[in-house]
Design a protein around this ligand. Sequence first.
Ligand code: 5RP
Length: 261
Amino acid sequence: MEAKKAAAELAIDAIQDGMIVGLGTGSTAYWAIQGIGARVQNGLRIQAVATSVVSENLAKELGIPLIPFADISEIDVTIDGADEVDQAWHLIKGGGGALLREKIVAYSSKKLIIVVDESKIVQRLGAFPLPVEVVKFGYELTVNKLRALGCEPKVRVSEGNPYVTDNGNYIVDCHFKSISNPAELHQAINGIPGVVENGLFIGMASQVIVGYKNGSVVRPAKKQESNEELRAHLKMLLSKIKPDSDHHDGIDLGITGDELI
Ligand SMILES: O=C(CO)[C@H](O)[C@H](O)COP(=O)(O)O
């Protein structure tokens, strides 16, 4: 607990008056929300969006003002936990089942600060089973397609029944053991019909804060990706650029996707 709290307390220093703040989910994000609540009681003026019903309820209890998504276009800073963080700051998230809302909020955040204890730092992602949110319809077929990607998939269970997310979907925990290419796997999983989103957060973290049992904290440096990793990452990003008739090249990189890949 000390480690998670210490990381969360350092992270909330990034929050300033006037900001829109994203509230993460989980036991580490809990400490960040508590800290934000204390600062709000002392006069900090912010508005927040939450990544789960649990975090939203906690924010309400603490008097943190919430703002509807319809009233914002961006979030200044989001503070959230993670289940694994690799040296390039790619993440596995979703241990608490909130990965879809967390990714939606993270994707629109100017800054995503990840707060973890030291147990979450890994050389390679995958020892923690990768959570994948799937729709209920035909989920047995979706599970088969996930298995074909080389994992042992298990539908998450809560009190004897499939666990249901805040969005009304199931979670499949995919035991890959070791993920050699997170960006490629991210693309492959999200290409399966029935998958809503997966818990790989590739290149989304702006800062990682690691807490230790004795209350000390470190901000590890981000490791440069290898060329192969970088290519896979670019390929994943390019797949998100949808060319349209008015802006034929989507984003003008000055080069084509094929040249990069
Ligand atoms: O992704 C998450 C919830 O969906 C959490 O951030 C992740 O599971 C880490 O949780 P904790 O801080 O309790 O270890």
